[in-house]
Design a protein around this ligand. Structure first.
Ligand SMILES: Cc1cc2nc3c(=O)[nH]c(=O)nc-3n(C[C@H](O)[C@H](O)[C@H](O)COP(=O)(O)OP(=O)(O)OC[C@H]3O[C@@H](n4cnc5c(N)ncnc54)[C@H](O)[C@@H]3O)c2cc1C
Length: 542
């Protein structure tokens, strides 16, 4: 008889060790460089600390927050409507951590230059660990400048930017900190919000009564919502509190929660307003302009969110391939796998570089008109391209992990389900591309800012020869046909990513230009041309 304990059949071998706990900051040289290159160096300490937290505690909370999905409790035990959503305690712990570390407020409360860049880095780290909470976090963060414009709403703005998370359902006067949502999309139209049918009837003192519905309404447990509705003077933007100051529940009900492909820790609802009280923000007829200020910021967070999914997927793939052997070698040493991993690493770093560059432009926008113009157009370009690339990227990383990558414990299925979302909400892909054309046609400063960014980015022949043909379009001398908007914006995005990598002298800049600009990149990842130093790219990546 062999000397083995009863029922043992085999030894478990050739499986990688646990991925976590990890230090997301220490792992990520591209992040450290991007923080410094974009003026966030003063915040290195707190961002580093959050990287450690994200790679250990927060990552451990994420699977419960997703597995135990939010539930709608429409009524209480005696049949009264309560319209409450219950979350797993891990969700609240994630929200607490993010808000406590400034993910909603740092950029509005810390006067130092680089605060937006630091918040972007925190957001990127947080959403690597758990992406679903990014929805309420980004909406809360992005609503602050809109609310600040209204002296009457100062308390709302201050509490949204605070470091307190308070999930109690009480009027905001009783809370040290609040969260915010937004309601634009209706059944008959999401991209074209001019078709909104919800009505806003004046009650006096800039208060209104809302009647209608919203078809997608995420984070419905927020304390207030910026909502679009038709007022007598046209589409307006309104702040609708969940609880009225006297503690009464406001007149809106949650119809149901969406049964979504992914994004499971976050609740998204359908909602009806039955005379809900709301306060006007901005003028009647200017609702879209008002809420666009918020949407510009949530679009940047879509870029960061998709970048964080890429980063997490890449880290999982490299970790696996370093430890897994097949055909006599570690997978990471198989030439074709190196090509795939290096190609993913280049893509991930390019996404981060562009996102952080746009965060820098947002940071400077209040005192630098050129940076404001750059942020306006580069957000649309980056939102389109980075979010577009993410589902294919995550799937490729999943394949690197093999069958285990299709199984929940590997995290990759969660990332895969999340991956398409950022390209759909906050203006889908086509809307972003058309927005780029609109900016070029109507806002000459935007094209000029983009051209200034692309000029003299660095000595690279592929870059220089690709950039010249775009000049006329960026200077408004030729108009792009809307049917070609994706072709045009894709090229713009590649050039912008290349220019940021070249300017910051990233070690992947030449490989990016060679593979994305010089010779046409093939449709799949893993198609880098011979001669690119995949070894050094991979050493840098994790
Ligand atoms: C999980 C989730 C949560 C959400 N949460 C919220 C929320 O909290 N608040 C909120 O307001 N919304 C929310 N949304 C809605 C989201 O913003 C919309 O779904 C999105 O803006 C698209 O609108 P739509 O679904 O009405 O599609 P449509 O507007 O019908 O668009 C369908 C497609 O047509 C394209 N398209 C539209 N116009 C043109 C054109 N002129 N040329 C070419 N193509 C065009 C679009 O790009 C899109 O690909 C959420 C969506 C999801 C999936």
């Amino acid at each position: 008889m062999p000397d083995v304990p009863p029922f043992e059949t085999h030894a478990v071998e050739n499986q990688p060790p646990e991925f976590a706990p990890r230090d997301f900051w220490a792992d990520d040289v591209a992040l450290r460089e991007a923080l410094a290159a974009n003026g966030g160096q003063d915040f290195g300490g707190p961002v580093a600390a959050y990287g450690r937290l994200a790679g250990a505690t927060l990552l451990a909370l994420a699977s419960d927050a997703h597995r135990d999905r939010p539930r709608l409790r429409s009524h209480d035990r005696i049949g009264l409507r309560i319209d409450r959503v219950e979350f797993h305690p891990s969700y609240h712990a994630l929200m607490q951590s993010a808000i406590g570390h400034g993910l909603t407020g740092l950029s509005w409360t810390d006067g130092r230059p680089g605060a937006h860049v630091a918040r972007a880095a925190l957001s990127y780290l947080h959403s690597q660990a758990e992406p679903g909470t990014s929805c309420p976090l980004t909406m809360t963060h992005a609503a602050v400048p809109v609310l600040r414009r209204e002296p009457m709403l100062r308390e709302w703005a201050d509490k949204a930017a605070s470091t307190h998370y308070d999930a109690r359902e009480v009027p905001i006067g009783e809370k040290p900190g609040i969260t915010l949502g937004m309601g634009m999309t209706e059944k008959q139209g999401g991209s074209d919000v001019r078709t909104n049918t919800t009505t806003a009837t004046p009650l006096g003192d800039d208060d209104y009564s809302l009647v209608g519905h919203k078809w997608f309404f995420s984070a419905p447990m927020s304390d207030g919502f910026l909502v679009l509705a038709q007022a007598p003077g046209g589409l307006g933007c309104f702040l609708m509190p969940r609880r009225l100051p006297d503690g009464e529940k406001n007149a809106f009900r949650l119809v149901r929660l969406k049964d979504k492909l992914g994004d499971w820790s976050n609740a998204s609802s359908e909602v009806e307003f039955t005379g809900a009280r709301a306060h006007r923000v901005g003028e009647e007829g200017k609702g879209i302009q008002t809420i666009l200020e918020m949407v510009m910021l949530t679009r940047l967070d879509c870029m960061l969110g998709s970048t964080s999914l890429m980063r997490m997927a890449l880290a999982q793939a490299i970790h696996h391939c370093r430890h897994r052997r097949a055909f006599g070698k570690a997978l990471v040493d198989q030439p074709l796998m190196r090509n795939v991993l290096a190609d993913l690493a280049i893509e991930s770093e390019a996404a981060l570089a562009l996102s952080m560059r746009v965060a820098r432009a947002v940071d400077a926008a209040s005192h630098d008109a050129a940076e404001a113009a750059f942020a306006r157009i580069a957000t649309a370009v980056g939102k389109y391209w980075i979010c577009r690339r993410t589902p294919a990227f995550v799937n490729e990383a999943q394949e690197c992990v093999g069958g285990n990558g299709y199984v929940e414990e590997s995290i990759l299925p969660r990332l895969y389900r999340q991956a398409p979302l950022n390209s759909i909400w906050e203006g889908s892909g086509n809307i972003q591309c058309l927005d780029v054309l609109r900016a070029l046609a109507r806002e000459p400063d935007a094209g000029a800012a983009l051209w200034a960014e692309l000029q003299d980015a660095g000595a690279n022949d592929a870059f220089s020869s690709s950039v010249q043909p775009l000049r006329a379009a960026l200077e408004g001398q030729v108009a792009i046909d809307p049917g070609n908007a994706r072709r045009f914006v894709e090229q713009l995005a590649l050039l912008l990513q290349a220019s940021v990598l070249l300017r910051t002298r990233s070690p992947v800049a030449d490989a990016f230009c060679r593979s994305r600009l010089d010779e046409p990149h093939r449709l799949a990842f893993g198609t880098l041309a011979a001669g690119i130093d995949t070894g050094s790219i991979l050493a840098r990546a994790l």
